[in-house]
Write a protein that binds this ligand. Structure first.
Ligand SMILES: [Mg+2]
Length: 201
């Protein structure tokens, strides 16, 4: 299987550093756990432009960004047996080098580092599985005839409803088991033109 692993929010805890920067600049007291929707910044009167500018600045200081979980490289390595693992990110061009440095520094192994202009473009890359935290990507994956998603649990995606071919993972250690399930369903469906109605989350 071709597996697309997202960077921000799935490997890198960039929003933790983003919150620090936002609090310094705007005098807010934002905590990552309070970012309970995809566009939470609106509630704190932070514009979309400011949101992305701060996120880019966060990445310039990539050494400050922690991984989402301890032992991340080992956890990601456990999914290598399921296929080709690419890091697929909507990072800006200006932060691509920093993002790559971060990944190298974390010793996360991958095949290709793929940058897309926006998260919507990910679905056009025809990956079999998307491991991502973006709530809005999930309906696109669910409606795609072949793609699957593993939604990595974050404060901003807990309202995502159950959807066909979208499985939820609270932690990285659950991801190998979910990929195994996906692989099994895909093997069952192989040769069949009728998509499976597997909906378990
Ligand atoms: Mg993300």
């Amino acid at each position: 299987m071709k597996v697309a692993v997202d960077l921000d929010g799935v490997l890198a805890e960039s929003m933790l550093v983003w919150c620090d920067r936002a609090n310094k600049e705007f005098g807010t007291h934002l905590k990552m756990e309070e970012l309970d929707s995809w566009s939470s910044w609106k509630r704190f009167s932070i514009s979309k432009d400011d949101f992305y500018r701060l996120l880019d600045q966060t990445w310039i200081d990539w050494e400050q960004i922690p991984p989402t979980e301890p032992g991340l490289a080992d956890k990601v390595a456990r999914i290598e047996k399921f296929g080709d693992i690419d890091i697929v990110t909507g990072r800006s061009k200006g932060t691509e080098a920093a993002a790559k440095s971060w990944v190298e520094n974390q010793k996360v192994r991958y095949r290709h580092f793929v940058r897309v202009a926006g998260w919507r473009d990910k679905i056009h890359l025809n990956y079999d599985v998307y491991i991502d935290d973006a709530p809005d990507l999930m309906p696109l994956v669910s409606h795609n005839p072949t793609a699957w998603a593993i939604l990595y649990d974050r404060p901003w995606n807990r309202d995502v409803p159950r959807m066909r071919k979208v499985l939820k993972a609270e932690r990285w250690r659950q991801i190998p088991g979910l990929l195994k399930k996906i692989q099994e369903v895909r093997i069952q469906n192989d040769g069949s033109r009728k998509p499976d109605s597997y909906t378990r989350t």
